[in-house]
Design a protein around this ligand. Structure first.
Ligand SMILES: Nc1nc2c(ncn2[C@@H]2O[C@H](COP(=O)(O)OP(=O)(O)O)[C@@H](O)[C@H]2O)c(=O)[nH]1
Ligand SMILES: Nc1ncnc2c1ncn2[C@@H]1O[C@H](COP(=O)(O)OP(=O)(O)O)[C@@H](O)[C@H]1O
Length: 231
């Protein structure tokens, strides 16, 4: 079980906890966590051709075109063929999921279902450190000093599209686009849906599920005190 490369995807609407849960999975199971949002932000900061293009879409609250994000992500995956990984934020559309399928088999897909009201609340209290992508929530995982990134001491900002006016539209858009992706993975028999309003309650289920597929890096530690617990 431990020797086979393991490939996982986490799906869920914005604010459902993909990034938070991915960090826990990466830490507990030693998977490489690849976040499309972080990757796009790195490209934007580095002013790459893809980054310049992506910025125009992200600033308008739009999805980056399939061919741009697919090329970025698949190129990245080609460089880590000997590592187990977890994708967060990709694939987001059926076109992206089919492109991923054409390059590899995915072992497990975790789909997070979190009620709309909870998502709205979380996104409107989400703050981010722009250059690293580190996320904070003023109740769930607040920074040590209000408005300041714990690691760099730099100011935190709120994403334009996390502001209440944008949130409802983003969540509606997610539903329509994600359904065919979820259906595809369901048909392939790799989909595991998890519902709940709190990450710390969802986490033990995800941990147990993954333990049936891959050996944890440090089972004792992971089971009794999940990392990044902050409530
Ligand atoms: N109140 C609360 N906030 C949470 C919980 N889980 C995650 N968050 C916060 O909700 C926001 C969205 O989580 P994130 O992992 O960024 O979601 P993503 O958009 O799906 O990657 C962040 O500010 C998290 O810190 C939770 O169980 N309760
Ligand atoms: N797979 C993707 N396809 C298209 N656009 C993407 C993809 N991943 C990220 N993006 C773009 O980057 C933005 C930030 O992504 P992300 O950090 O995953 O935020 P969120 O989870 O809040 O949507 C998205 O709003 C979208 O514009």
């Amino acid at each position: 079980m431990a020797d086979k490369l393991f490939r996982a995807v986490i799906l869920g609407p914005p604010g459902s906890g993909k990034g938070t849960i991915s960090q826990r999975i990466a830490q507990c199971f030693g998977l490489q966590h690849l976040s499309s949002g972080d990757f796009l932000r790195e490209n934007i900061t580095a002013n790459t051709e893809a980054g310049v293009l992506a910025k125009r879409y992200i600033e308008q609250g739009l999805l980056v075109p399939d061919h741009v994000i697919t090329r970025l992500m698949l190129t990245r995956l080609e460089k880590i063929t000997r590592q187990s990984w977890l994708l967060d934020g990709f694939p987001r559309t059926l076109v992206q999921a089919e492109a991923l399928n054409s390059t590899c088999d995915v072992d497990v897909v975790i789909s997070l279902n979190v009620p709309f009201e909870t998502l709205k609340e979380r996104l409107s209290t989400r703050w981010v450190h722009p250059s690293s992508g580190r996320m904070y929530n003023m109740e769930f995982n607040p920074p040590h000093i209000h408005g300041i990134d714990d690691v760099t001491g730099e100011p935190l900002v709120q994403h334009e599209d996390d502001k209440p006016d944008f949130v409802a539209a983003r969540l509606r858009e997610y539903k329509g686009i994600a359904k065919p992706v979820i259906d595809l993975y369901k048909k392939e028999g790799v989909l595991h849906s998890v519902s709940g309003t709190e990450t710390n309650k969802i986490w033990p289920y995800i941990y147990s599920l993954l333990c049936t597929k891959i050996t944890p890096v440090d089972p004792e530690e992971s089971q009794h005190s999940p990392p990044l617990y902050s409530q």
